[in-house]
Design a protein around this ligand. Structure first.
Ligand code: ADP
Ligand code: LRH
Length: 498
């Protein structure tokens, strides 16, 4: 028996998708969530002059296409939700018009601003005020860049809408701000759980542009009449889900009630554990761990790791040069390449910026006196092995920070499809990896909609639904001496940051 139909839009930095979810009661098996992908589209940075932007209007158009396709396929969603990557935003003027295209978080406008603000406010103070890892892309730095250049957009701006809020506004005409994405700005106070107006004042950011946050599960409103008319659809209710894609993905981790560790593995790798309150200790400051808001009144203590972005960029470069390898092809080559030849520190700042990734990896290896990876397989293997060792390092830090011990690691997101990475991660951490679901963000998005409509009681019940609906792949650790020796080498490489 079908109990509800929900529609989720998950906008990632590399692609966006619309998934329909049906909650059904199956005799003898209990409640299940059946999920089907309706629409998928690429997302990419658009270069204009010296800046990079998101193509927000095209993303909105793809969302409308997704709604249309659900109707064409005969689905009628009760509610819909939108999640996306964090930190980026659009500004609306007095009349509700969007002021320019949102910047891509990798835009160079924030170069040098982390250091500048640190000198001005102090790293420790900034951390205590925001609870976040100091990443150059955080909203605070993007706004600080506008303050410094005297951007007229900041003067004319009346409302700041984070990307998922902006898409929701285009769909409904309602200006809202959702809590989980608000906590990625570095302008939200983790302890007071409200916008940090004094920090805004210190940096010169006008506090009037920030809207009081909605909590995950709050109702934004129905699709606007003009959207319904254009698409010939019903006024579906839009729900503020856990609109930060990482928060949505974590909501869909098929864990029980005991503490667990997760790795949300997509463009970025977010490795962390769920807490009921933020953890702001001298050690979390030193190791720069974020406390981000999660669904169900949780805090997510996590580390932002460079992730599969490095692989994406290598693939893009090879494609531009006429290469044809898809992900499975590249991973086959990486499997065949010799193990632990050369390692990189994936979080070295040079890997953050687009372009020239293959050369950057090779020159890093050269400069650190390692054997330079040459073939596509060798390069991908070098990146994946380095990531897996970074995951081990982070998991061990997380245990020290929280006093918890984890028997394994839940891995969710696009990286689940990379069997080699999952196996390398299990080997590196010396524990099991439970991989799945791939579409965790979209599923977490659906779960909050189901909680909002009263079909799931809470996050625990929602996670049970995931467990009961999606099979997991289990990877057993296969450690050896080579592994330990590589970890020792890796720790020396990253010493400068720890
Ligand atoms: P985001 O939401 O940040 O765009 P995803 O969760 O969609 O990211 O994950 C994207 C990543 O998934 C890619 O960088 C790629 O490394 C990996 N991936 C996608 N498809 C495959 C595949 N078929 N095999 C292996 N890895 C894949
Ligand atoms: C992952 C993510 C991550 C942010 C980054 C901007 O998609 O939302 O949590 O730090 O993108």
């Amino acid at each position: 028996m079908k109990l509800s139909t929900v529609l989720a839009f998950d906008l990632g930095a590399s692609s966006g998708r619309a998934l329909i979810g049906e909650m059904i009661a199956v005799e003898g098996e209990g409640l299940k969530l059946e999920v089907k992908e309706i629409h998928r589209f690429p997302n990419q940075a658009i270069h204009v002059g010296n800046h990079i932007h998101w193509d927000i209007l095209r993303l909105f158009q793809e969302v409308k296409t997704g709604i249309l396709k659900t109707y064409q396929e005969g689905y009628r969603a009760n509610t819909l939700g939108i999640d996306s990557w964090g930190v980026d935003f659009g500004l609306l003027d007095e009349s509700g018009e969007l002021l320019g295209n949102p910047y891509h978080y990798r835009d160079q406008q924030t170069n040098g601003l982390v250091e500048e603000l640190a000198e001005f406010i102090g790293v420790e103070e900034l951390y205590l005020q925001s609870g976040l890892q100091n990443m150059p892309f955080n909203t605070i730095y993007q706004l600080f860049a506008m303050v410094k250049t005297g951007s007229p957009k900041l003067d004319a701006g009346r409302d700041l809408l984070m990307i998922p809020d902006l898409i929701a506004y285009m769909l409904t005409g309602r200006k809202t701000c959702e809590y989980t994405t608000a906590t990625t700005t570095q302008l939200f106070h983790p302890v007071l759980k409200t916008w940090n107006k004094s920090l805004m004042e210190t940096v010169g950011i006008p506090s009037r542009i920030f809207i009081e946050p909605f909590m995950p599960g709050d109702r934004i409103g129905p699709l606007a009449p003009e959207v319904c008319e254009e698409l010939s659809v019903d006024p579906i209710n839009v729900i503020a889900v856990a609109t930060h894609d990482t928060a949505s993905a974590i909501a869909a981790v098929p864990a029980g009630e005991d503490p667990f560790a997760y790795l949300v593995c997509g463009t970025w790798s977010l490795l962390g554990t769920e807490l009921s309150e933020p953890l702001l200790s001298p050690q979390t400051i030193k190791w720069a761990y974020s406390n981000e808001g999660g669904a169900g009144n949780t805090f997510q203590l996590l580390k932002n790791i460079m992730g599969l972005w490095i692989v994406q960029e290598c693939k893009r470069e090879w494609e531009e040069r006429g290469g044809t390898s898809d992900y499975p092809g590249l991973m086959r080559q990486a499997r065949a390449a010799p193990a632990f030849q050369a390692l990189i520190d994936p979080d070295d700042s040079q890997f953050y910026t687009p372009h020239g990734m293959v050369d950057k990896i090779r020159s890093y290896c050269r400069k650190t006196w390692q054997k330079e990876p040459v073939t596509e397989g060798e390069i991908i293997r070098c990146v994946l092995e380095s990531l897996s060792l970074r995951y081990r390092h982070t998991l061990e830090q997380l245990e020290k920070l929280t006093g918890r011990s984890f028997s394994g690691l839940h891995l969710v997101g696009g990286g689940v499809q990379n069997g080699l990475l999952c196996q390398l991660t299990a080997n590196a951490i010396g524990r099991q990896v439970w991989a799945g679901p791939v579409e965790a963000s979209a599923i977490g998005n659906m779960l909050v909609q189901l909680i909002a409509s009263g079909l799931c009681r809470d996050l625990n019940e929602a996670r049970f639904l995931v467990k009961n609906s999606f099979p997991l792949m289990v990877y057993e650790a296969q450690g050896d001496l080579l592994q330990e020796e590589a970890y020792e080498r890796f720790k020396k490489l990253i010493q400068k940051i720890d």
